[in-house]
Design a protein around this ligand. Sequence first.
Ligand SMILES: *Cc1c(COP(=O)(O)O)cnc(C)c1O
Length: 377
Amino acid sequence: MTLPFFPPDLFEADRDTLIEIVRDLGTGPAQRFILGDHTARFEQALRDTVAGADVVACGSGTSALSLVLAALDIGPGDEVVVPAFGCAPIAATVVTAGAIPVFADVRPDTMTLDPELAEAAITPRTKAIMPAHQFSVMADMPAFEDIAARHGLRLVEDSAVAQGATLHGRPAGTWGDAGVFSFVQVKSFGMPGEGGVVVTRNPDLARTVRMLRNHGQDGRQRFVHHRIGYNSRFDEVQAAFQLRRLPGLAARLARRADIAEYYTRQFAPLAGRGITPPPPGRDGRCYYVYCLRADRRDELAAHLAALGIGTHVYYPAPLPAQPAFARWAPAGKVWPNATAASETILALPVYPHLTDAQVEHIAAAVCQFADRKDPRP
Ligand SMILES: *Cc1c(COP(=O)(O)O)cnc(C)c1O
């Protein structure tokens, strides 16, 4: 691939920075490698990006979801409404909390949890709703806040992919009881390692999550365990690295948005020819991944591959169709929009260091496929 889907040179520009940080921390007097000053400063720096909400750094985005569910006392007997289409942690964290994931279908245009179908899935055992922002579009959080308020439910925002996005002026991560970000390599603020954060405006929840990430200790007294906790701590090297890169994040996100906007403009005329771009606009958009819908998805992927352009299928099956979640997929129940999404979705490269010429080349290759190969009358 001349244009791979995952760029191999993701951290090239930061390599010297990383080596310098490893040397400084590795030879420094503190010899503290987790949850030290750098992590505290990183959490503080991120607070400024989420309208002052508290930020608790932890081991991964998945772990952040688990910490939130545990802090909200979601466990055996509780149901959590989750989207039928998305990544495994959305449902897996509910299962590992001991609770029951109840799958509701997504909307056909945004591929995020459909508020009406989520509300229809509420039962007397429902404790929370956990929508997820998907690829480039935030879930309809105002609708979910309304539903959660009317039914007295917790609202957990899986904002793992949406760091830096805003919806109606409100940052991703700050909706509902708590949100999360992930810093796994491929995410918009990915790093060379594992990590994530919990974002919450609720000080009690933040305090509980801080305890849970470090074996239930409160940070004052060692070996006093207030809660059954986890080992989900944050690495000092990664914290120092992310602190150095944070000032450049807004520009990288803006570049992603520009690329996505260009794609969507080029692809809008293809809508009648079997290729549908995601909804246009910038409000509630995040561009972690740029996914279009293509009726002949596998042919389009092969066409692009022949031109050296790497693509990716997120996700090839709806969650209830995965063997791991079969137990929570009631017999006879269908999620037609999730199924259609898994059959037609294709992600194009959208990383910020693509050049304009490369972006134009990718868009032209997609348009060429739509022009040349339409078998319909
Ligand atoms: C990446 C991702 C996660 C998990 O984050 P990790 O850091 O990989 O554990 C959770 N939810 C969504 C929607 C994600 O895309």
